[in-house]
Design a protein around this ligand. Structure first.
Ligand code: NAI
Length: 793
C-alpha cells in the first residue's frame, strides 16, 4: 500500500466508489423484466417483447425492459384520455399537492436515483448527484407553484389534452421532469417514452407516482425505441407532442404531425459557440470550457462545442486548456472523483470516433491528454481540435461527445458572424470582463440562451429552448408553461383542424386572365409590382360579379418579397417607441379613409354598410392597440440562482410569413400583420384570395405612413400555394397561416425544412372578438432569449 508521503508526491486519488447496493437490489427484483406503467399499474408488453439495457461503464446487461408496441401505446393513450377530464378539472391546488409530493419523494430518494442514473447512462455520480437529480426535484417544486397560480396567472387558458412526450438519453430523469412537471401542472395527462438506452429512472419515477397516489392514467410511461416513439407521435388521440432529441427525428415529427392539429414543441440539437475575448479572465474561461464540453461527456444539446478565441490570446489559452485537460480523470462513473464518465452506447462512441477521424482528415490539429482510459466500457478522451476551418464537418455537425472544435477570430463582428455560422441556435457562452461587449454579443447571437461569463446554467424558473434548427418552444418557467396551455374556449386544436372552411377558394377562381391595367398590383419592397406571371384573376362580389382584378403571385414574387423583407433590418433595430409612432400614423391614415375602405368591404363581401364600417373602425382601433403595445411588451427578469440576473427578452423573429383569413378581409389582415410588425418583424403577407382588395388598398395607406420599404410586403394569389412556398423558404423564420385545413397541413409540412415556428388555424375565428387581439399575438410574434448574467467577485 502506498505511504502518505508517496501519495502526497504522486497526488494519486485512489478509487472513491459510491455504494450501489440499493440499486443492485432493485435491479435484481426486476430481473424478469421491467414493465410499462399504464393506467396506474405496471403492465407487461402485450406482445411480450423485451430489450436489453446496458451499463456503459462496462458494457454489461443490467436490465430487460418492455419494448412498447402500437397496442401498448394505444392502451397508454386510452388511460391518459380516461384520466384527462378529472385531472384537468381538478383545482390547481390539488394538482400542486401531487407535484409537491413527487418532488419530496425524489428528494428522499436522491442518492438512489443518482446512482441508478449513473449506472444506466454512464455520467459521473458527481453530476447526477449534484446537478441532475436536485434539478429534477426543483422542477417538480417550481411547477407545483404554477399549478397553484394557474387561474390568476394564465386566465382564460386551460390544458391542451393528452400529451405525448419523447425524451433522449443524455439527462434521462431531468428531461422527464422538464416535460412531465409543466404538463401535469397545467392539467394535461401524459404518455411519456424514455430513450431506449436509459429507461430506468423513468420507471423508478413511476414507482414514486404510485406511492404518492397520483390518479391512475395521469402519467403513463411506455418504454421502447424509435418505433414506439413514432407510434405516440402518430396516435390520433394525442393532442400535443413534446420532443427532445436529434434534429433529424425532430424534422420527421414536424412532418408527421403537420395538419393533424397536434400542438408541437421541439428541443433539438446544437453546435453552440463558446467565445473568449482577449480581456476575459482566462483561467475562469478554461474552467468554463471544462464545464461546457466535458460535462456529461459532451452529450449535451447546449454543449459549448465550438471554441472561438480572440487571436491575441489564442496560443496562451490553448496552452492553459491543454494543461487542464491533462488533469481530467476519465473513468468509472460511480467514482466520486471522476470528471468524465462513459459514453452512453457503443453506437454513439463509434459516431464520435468517426467524426474525430473526419476532423483529422480535414486537417485540424488534434490534442488528447495522455491520461489512460479504462480498459473496458465505452469511453472517449477529452479532445481539442485547433485550427478548425469554420465550414469543416467538425465545426458544423453536432458530435455529441467530448470533442471541442477551436477557431480564432479578430474582432467582435467576426466573433458574432462565426457564432451565427450554424444551422443551429440553441445557446452561446460569451467571456469578457467588458459587460458592454458581452451584452452586445448576446443581442447579436441568434440563440435561445446566452450565458455571460458562465455556461450550462439551468433553472426551472428560466425558459430553455432554441432558435432556428434547434427547435421551437421553451421549457421551464412561465415561457414553458405556455407550451402546455391552450385557450380554454378552444376545446382542442384538433377540433379546429377538422373543421373545413366552407369558404375555401375553389381553384376555378384562379383561372388566369391576361393582366388588365386596373389590376391591383403586388406590393414588394415598398413598390407596387406587377406579378411575375403576368396573370391576374377576377375578384368576385357576393353575387359572383367581377369587381376587379388581383395579381396572381408566384414563387418568384414570393422570393422577391422575402428578399425585400430580409433587407429591411432597420425596422427591427428601431426602438419600440419609434415603431409606435409609425403605427399611430398608420391608424390615422386608415381612419381618414374609413368610408372608402368600408365601401370596398361592402362591394367585395356584400356586408351591410354598418358591419363594414364596424370592421374598418375595429381595424383602426387594433392598430392603435398594437401601437400602444410596441414599447410595452416587456421581457422579464427570472428568479433563478442567487447573484444571477436572468433576462428573458422577447425578440422579433425577423422575416415572417402571414397568410390571412377569408373572413374579415381587412380586420383579419390587420389583426395579424400589425402585431407582427409592432414587435419589429418584417412581413410577407398573403391576403385572403377571395377578397384581396382591402389589403391591396391598404398598401396606399402604408405608402403614406412612413412604414419603411420592405417591412410589409403583400403578394396576392392562391393563398395555399403561396403559403407553401413561404413555409419552405429558409429566410422565413416563422409562418402564420389562417385558412383551410389543407393549407395548415401544407404549411406545417413545408416548415420542416428549417424547422421554422408556425401558428396555424383552420376554421373561422371571430376577428372582432377579444380573443383576436392582445398579448397572445405579441407572444407568437416573438421568441424569448434568456440571457444569464452572474455577478459579484
Ligand atoms: P434520437 O433523436 O433518435 O432519440 C431521441 C428520442 O427519440 C429517443 O427516445 C428515441 O427513441 C426517439 N425516437 C427516435 N426515432 C423516433 C421517431 N421516428 N419518432 C419518435 N421518436 C423517435 O437520438 P439518438 O439516435 O439517440 O442520437 C443521435 C444523435 O442525436 C446524437 O448523436 C446527437 O447528436 C443527437 N441528440 C441530441 C439530443 C439533444 O438533446 N439535442 C439528445 C439525443 C440525441
Amino acid at each position: 500500500m502506498a505511504t502518505v508521503k508517496e501519495i502526497l508526491h504522486s497526488m494519486d486519488y485512489g478509487p472513491a466508489p459510491e455504494a450501489k447496493d440499493a440499486v443492485t437490489a432493485w435491479l435484481g427484483k426486476h430481473q424478469s423484466g421491467f414493465r410499462h406503467y399504464i393506467g396506474g399499474a405496471f403492465a407487461a408488453p402485450k406482445d411480450g417483447k423485451l430489450f436489453e439495457v446496458h451499463n456503459p461503464a462496462d458494457g454489461t446487461v443490467i436490465a430487460k425492459v418492455a419494448q412498447g408496441s402500437v397496442a401498448d401505446v394505444d392502451a397508454a393513450v386510452a388511460a391518459a384520455r380516461a384520466a384527462y377530464p378529472a385531472w384537468s378539472k381538478a383545482s390547481g391546488e390539488k394538482r400542486a399537492r401531487f407535484l409537491y409530493a413527487i418532488a419530496r419523494h425524489v428528494q428522499k430518494r436522491e442518492r438512489f436515483l443518482s446512482v441508478l442514473e449513473s449506472i444506466d447512462n454512464g455520467k459521473p455520480i458527481r453530476e447526477s448527484r449534484d446537478i441532475d437529480i436536485p434539478l429534477v426535484a426543483r422542477h417538480f417544486y417550481h411547477h407545483a407553484g404554477w399549478a397553484a397560480l394557474l387561474d390568476s396567472e394564465f386566465p382564460g387558458m386551460g390544458a391542451v389534452g393528452v400529451c405525448g412526450q419523447i425524451i433522449p438519453w443524455n439527462f434521462p430523469l431531468l428531461m422527464l421532469a422538464w416535460k412531465v412537471a409543466p404538463a401535469l401542472a397545467a392539467g394535461n395527462t401524459v404518455v411519456l417514452k424514455p430513450a431506449e438506452y436509459t429507461p430506468l429512472t423513468a420507471l423508478a419515477l413511476a414507482e414514486i407516482c404510485d406511492e404518492v397516489g397520483l390518479p391512475k392514467g395521469v402519467l403513463n410511461i411506455v418504454t421502447g425505441d424509435g418505433a414506439t416513439g413514432a407510434a405516440i407521435v402518430n396516435h390520433p388521440d394525442v393532442d400535443k407532442i413534446a420532443f427532445t432529441g436529434s434534429t433529424e427525428v425532430g424534422r420527421e415529427i414536424r412532418k408527421a404531425t403537420a395538419g393533424t392539429g397536434k400542438k408541437l414543441s421541439l428541443e433539438l440539437g446544437g453546435k453552440s459557440p463558446f467565445i473568449v475575448f482577449d480581456d476575459a479572465d482566462l483561467d475562469s474561461a478554461v474552467e468554463g470550457v471544462v464545464d461546457a464540453i466535458w460535462f456529461n461527456q459532451g452529450q449535451v444539446c447546449c454543449a459549448g462545442s465550438r471554441l472561438l478565441v480572440q487571436e491575441g490570446v489564442a496560443e496562451r489559452f490553448y496552452d492553459k486548456l491543454k494543461r487542464r485537460m491533462e488533469t481530467l480523470r476519465v473513468g468509472d462513473p460511480l467514482d466520486k472523483s471522476i470528471d468524465i464518465g462513459a459514453i452512453v452506447a457503443k453506437v454513439q462512441l463509434d459516431r464520435i470516433k468517426s467524426l474525430v477521424e473526419k476532423g483529422r482528415q480535414e486537417g485540424a490539429a488534434c490534442f488528447q491528454p495522455s491520461s489512460p482510459l479504462p480498459s473496458k466500457g465505452w469511453f472517449f478522451p477529452p479532445t481539442l481540435f485547433t485550427e478548425v476551418e469554420p465550414a469543416s464537418t467538425i465545426a458544423q455537425v453536432e458530435i455529441f461527445g467530448p470533442v471541442l472544435a477551436g477557431t480564432t477570430f479578430r474582432t467582435p463582428d467576426e466573433a458574432a458572424a462565426l457564432a451565427n455560422n450554424s444551422a443551429y441556435g440553441l445557446s452561446a457562452s460569451v467571456w469578457s470582463e467588458n459587460i458592454d461587449r458581452c451584452l452586445d454579443l448576446a443581442a447579436r447571437i441568434k440563440a435561445g440562451v446566452i450565458w455571460i461569463n458562465g455556461t450550462n446554467m439551468f433553472d426551472a424558473a428560466a425558459g430553455f429552448g432554441g432558435y432556428r434548427e434547434s427547435g421551437f418552444g421553451r421549457e421551464g418557467g412561465r415561457e414553458g408553461m405556455i407550451e402546455y396551455l391552450a385557450p380554454a374556449k378552444q376545446k382542442s386544436s384538433k377540433d379546429a383542424a377538422k373543421a373545413k372552411l366552407s369558404a375555401e377558394p375553389t381553384s376555378s377562381a384562379f383561372a388566369g386572365e391576361p393582366a388588365l391595367d386596373r389590376t391591383a398590383k403586388l406590393f414588394i419592397g415598398g413598390k407596387q409590382a406587377r406579378p411575375d406571371s403576368g396573370y391576374s384573376y377576377s375578384v368576385l362580389d357576393a353575387k359572383g360579379h367581377s369587381i376587379g382584378q388581383a395579381g396572381l403571385g408566384n414563387r418568384k414574387d414570393i422570393r422577391n418579397a422575402v428578399e425585400a423583407a430580409a433587407k429591411a433590418t432597420g425596422w427591427t433595430s428601431l426602438s419600440g417607441h419609434a415603431r409606435a409612432q409609425v403605427l399611430y400614423f398608420l391608424a390615422e391614415n386608415l381612419s381618414a379613409r374609413a368610408d372608402e375602405f368600408a365601401a370596398r368591404l361592402t362591394a367585395m363581401t356584400g356586408a351591410a354598410k354598418k358591419a363594414a364600417r364596424a370592421e374598418v373602425d375595429a381595424s383602426v382601433s387594433r392598430i392603435i392597440h398594437y401601437a400602444a403595445w410596441a414599447d410595452k411588451y416587456d421581457g422579464r427578469v427570472h428568479y433563478t440562482k442567487a447573484r444571477h440576473v436572468t433576462l428573458a427578452m422577447p425578440e422579433a423573429w425577423g422575416t415572417m410569413a402571414i397568410s390571412c383569413p377569408d373572413e374579415a378581409p381587412l380586420l383579419g389582415f390587420i389583426s395579424l400583420v400589425i402585431p407582427a410588425i409592432a414587435m419589429g418583424n418584417r412581413v410577407v403577407a398573403t391576403p385572403t384570395p377571395l377578397h384581396p382588395l382591402s389589403a391591396t388598398d391598404f398598401y396606399q395607406v402604408l405608402e403614406t405612413s412612413d412604414v419603411p420599404d420592405g417591412v410589409v410586403n403583400i403578394v396576392t394569389g392562391e393563398r395555399d400555394l403561396l403559403a407553401k412556398t413561404l413555409a419552405e423558404h429558409d429566410e422565413v423564420a416563422c409562418a402564420w397561416y389562417f385558412g383551410g385545413a389543407d393549407g395548415v397541413a401544407l404549411v406545417e409540412k413545408g416548415s420542416a425544412g428549417n424547422l421554422k415556428a408556425t401558428w396555424c388555424e383552420a376554421g373561422a375565428r371571430d376577428w372582432l372578438g377579444a380573443e383576436s387581439q392582445g398579448e397572445v399575438f405579441l407572444r407568437r410574434a416573438t421568441q424569448i432569449k434568456n440571457i444569464w448574467v452572474p455577478y459579484g467577485e
